[in-house]
Design a protein around this ligand. Structure first.
Ligand code: SF4
Ligand code: SF4
Length: 195
């Protein structure tokens, strides 16, 4: 019987308008300015620097690299919204403005793939450098010189006089002569002479 006082309120609520809105009927209300919602990633701008992966604390970003037969690479970035904390750090650190935090808060789904955001791009194999015969000869000479310099016992400059060490030795100042033995005392000398 203690619930009776609320019966009037309960019956009254049956005829009042609800305080909540029906959802998702109609357009969803816009998020407030600056809201950080679902991530958007533009693979066409990405330079594969990996900075976003490094700064993401919950490790919500993964990168898959597939080597193609022609030498190119297929690179796929995936952002997992179930791990993301929507901190926005990856977007702040992306120098190419590849990542943006949209105002989309309608992140709903029925399977794990529904919560993944990402994209794929192809990284072209760099073209082989082309050098002139003169450049190749110069590079070979530089490599040879480096090898000679690194060899044990190397150190003398090419063209240096091989007898230079001997000459340098000869020019060294002579070592001082050993000190003369001190003379015997006169008394001892006389005694010896008398014998
Ligand atoms: S920081 Fe930006 S450019 Fe660098 S890998 Fe991430 S999305 Fe690509
Ligand atoms: S918004 Fe934050 S948590 Fe989400 S992917 Fe970017 S760095 Fe990671």
């Amino acid at each position: 019987m203690s619930g009776l006082p609320y019966i009037g309120t309960a019956l009254g609520n049956l005829f009042r308008k609800p305080n909540t809105m029906k959802f998702p009927v109609g357009d969803a209300p816009a998020a407030q300015p600056g809201y950080r919602g679902k991530i958007a990633y533009d693979p066409n701008k990405c330079i594969n620097c990996g900075m976003c992966i490094r700064v993401c604390a919950p490790q919500a970003i993964t990168r898959e690299i597939k080597n193609l037969e022609n030498g190119d690479q297929e690179i796929t970035f995936t952002f997992d919204m179930t791990s993301c904390t929507f901190c926005g750090t990856c977007a702040d650190f992306c120098s190419q403005h590849t990542i943006t935090m949209t105002d989309d808060y309608m992140i709903v789904g029925t399977k794990p793939e529904d919560f993944l955001v990402g994209g794929t791009f192809i990284k072209k194999k760099p073209a082989a450098p082309k050098f002139t015969p003169e450049q190749i000869a110069a590079m070979k000479a530089a490599a040879e010189a480096k090898k000679r310099h690194a060899a044990p016992g190397a150190g003398a400059a090419p063209g240096a006089n091989p007898e230079a060490p001997a000459a340098a030795e000869a020019e060294k100042p002579a070592a001082p002569a050993p000190a003369k033995k001190a003379e015997e005392p006169a008394a001892e000398k006389e005694a010896k002479d008398a014998d």
